[in-house]
Design a protein around this ligand. Structure first.
Ligand code: ADP
Ligand code: MG
Ligand code: ZN
Length: 489
């Protein structure tokens, strides 16, 4: 069990609503391209601009992506679902309504489980629903103090899935870990980039507090406008404290929507329950029911990729690496792909996982690089590892070669050849170096022979220095020991 998150006798209850943009080629109800960073309003047509008389046509790929998500979390795909109009006015919504799903969503149920800590305590969050909808446009507020805003409608009609949890999350940290896990699933399925900073994933956090151990839920508020997972954690921490101290001082919580300000680290009420909107949902008359046949459902199920946990388990068996390594390597699909590509060419799983988890990940993190496009391709990594495995280069020199590979993008073979870095395992060569070191260290040799064993390491170091670090250290150890034993006789 993990410790409960309780403040002044109150415990929080959290439910998250996440919107994930699907990476389909085109929008959900028209043929406009989905692309980020295109010139404003360049990816629009009468349908996504909401011009009178334009009719929506559902994008099959978007439905398939949504089904993948529902199946991946063990939810139920509704074979006949319905689109609904959610009516409201906002300048980024030219139609005056958003096409969404309401009382008959595509997906219901399912769970997301994730580790709470290194000891492997698991938390399971139940999902309420997963439905399809369209995104709205984007307002741009120039920061030059001018009193106007601009609107970019490129995002209008970009397909979204909304993933809603049951109120099962019990702390801001759990909310954070839930989001990390959700992101991993979306990325493994290759249906969403899940980059919250770019707005590809958006999270609304519902939270209430209640006396610790109570059954009944308290009145909730909804916090919006966070733009990172850590931001969600901070916003929840703030809001839980606000609600708790309000209740402690005899106040009451008003059902409301708050906006999080990450710069000022506080949330402010945007609207209270009285101002809550009535969306006047009704079935979308321009679209027929969404009917999924069993054949399509089965094919989609069959196309699901291996997800992180399954892959980690396979890594342990197939490559004989510790569970910990398998967990790190499968955290991101691209990293797991990289590892497997290396292992196509190389046969020591642990040597590969060590190098990838330490040296490679260090550079990837420093450069914030995309591993699937990283210049040091898996083949090149495998080549370097083979040199280490065969004893041709020492671990220490391999690190130098690695650094050089990162800078120049050249292969290990080229660098070794040019710099003559191959490790020397020749007895005669190493023997000469040992003789020289012994001859130059008479005093220390005598001390060693009279019992100062700790000097052995010093002699090894001297021999390595003598050979410019090129001697095979294992052989140096072995030959030196033999020589010294001989002298002791
Ligand atoms: P609404 O109709 O206000 O959108 P929903 O029932 O759709 O409410 O729930 C929205 C989200 O709020 C869900 O993730 C749900 O788990 C969560 N939620 C519902 N009630 C509470 C509560 N009392 N405290 C915390 N979260 C809640
Ligand atoms: Mg809701
Ligand atoms: Zn369009």
């Amino acid at each position: 069990m993990t410790e409960k998150y309780i403040i002044d006798g109150y415990e929080p209850v959290i439910g998250l609503e996440v919107h994930a943009q699907l990476t389909t080629y085109s929008k959900i109800f028209c043929g406009c391209k989905v692309e980020y960073g295109a010139p404003p309003n360049s990816l629009t047509c009468p349908v996504c601009l909401g011009l009178p008389g334009a009719l929506p046509t559902l994008n099959k790929k978007a439905v398939e992506y949504a089904m993948k998500m529902i199946l991946a979390v063990g939810g139920t795909v509704r074979l006949r679902s319905l689109f609904a109009r959610k009516n409201y006015f906002y300048p980024d919504l030219p139609k005056g309504y958003q096409i969404s799903q309401y009382d008959r969503p595509l997906g219901e149920g399912g769970i997301i489980s994730f580790k709470l800590n290194k000891n492997g305590t698991y938390k399971t969050v139940r999902l309420k629903r997963i439905h399809l909808e369209e995104d709205a446009g984007k307002l741009l507020h120039p920061e030059d103090g001018e009193n106007y805003s601009r609107v970019d409608l490129n995002r209008c009609g970009v397909p979204l899935i909304e993933i809603v949890t049951e109120p099962d999350i019990s702390s801001p940290q759990e909310a954070y870990r839930y989001l990390v896990k959700l992101k991993q699933i979306l990325q493994y399925l290759e249906i969403c980039t899940a980059d919250m900073e770019k707005g590809h994933l958006r999270c609304d956090a519902n939270v209430s507090v209640r006396p610790a151990g109570a059954e009944q839920l308290g009145i909730k508020t909804e916090v919006k406008n966070m733009n990172s997972f850590k931001g969600v954690e901070r916003a929840l921490t703030f809001e839980i404290e606000r609600q708790t101290s309000l209740l402690k001082s005899g106040g009451i919580i008003e059902q409301s929507t708050l906006l999080w300000d990450d710069k000022r680290q506080r949330a402010e009420v945007m609207r209270s329950k009285e101002e809550a909107q009535d969306y006047r949902y009704f079935p979308e008359p321009d679209l027929v029911n969404l009917v999924i046949d069993n054949d399509w459902l089965d094919r989609t199920r069959g196309s699901l990729p291996e997800l992180a946990e399954t892959r980690a388990r396979r890594f342990v068996e197939q490559y004989h690496i510790p569970e910990y390594d398998a967990g790190v390597l499968t955290e991101y699909r691209e990293l797991a792909d990289y590892y497997e590509a290396v292992m196509k060419e190389f046969d020591n799983g642990k040597v590969a996982s060590n190098w990838i988890m330490t040296e490679l990940l260090k550079v990837i993190n420093e450069e914030k690089a995309d591993i699937s496009e990283f210049r040091l391709r898996p083949m090149m990594m495998a080549e370097l590892l083979k040199y280490i495995q065969s004893g041709e280069v020492s671990g220490k020199i391999a690190k130098e070669i690695f650094a050089e590979m990162i800078i120049s993008g050249r292969s290990a073979g080229e660098i070794i050849k040019e710099k003559r870095l191959v490790q020397i395992s020749d007895d005669t060569f190493i023997g000469h170096a040992i003789d020289k070191v012994i001859a130059e260290n008479e005093d220390n040799i005598n001390k060693y022979l009279s019992g100062k064993n700790r000097l052995f390491g010093y002699f090894v170091g001297q021999v390595m220095k003598e050979t410019d670090g090129k001697a095979n250290p294992e052989m140096v150890n072995k030959l030196l020991k033999e020589k010294l034993d001989e002298l002791a006789r």
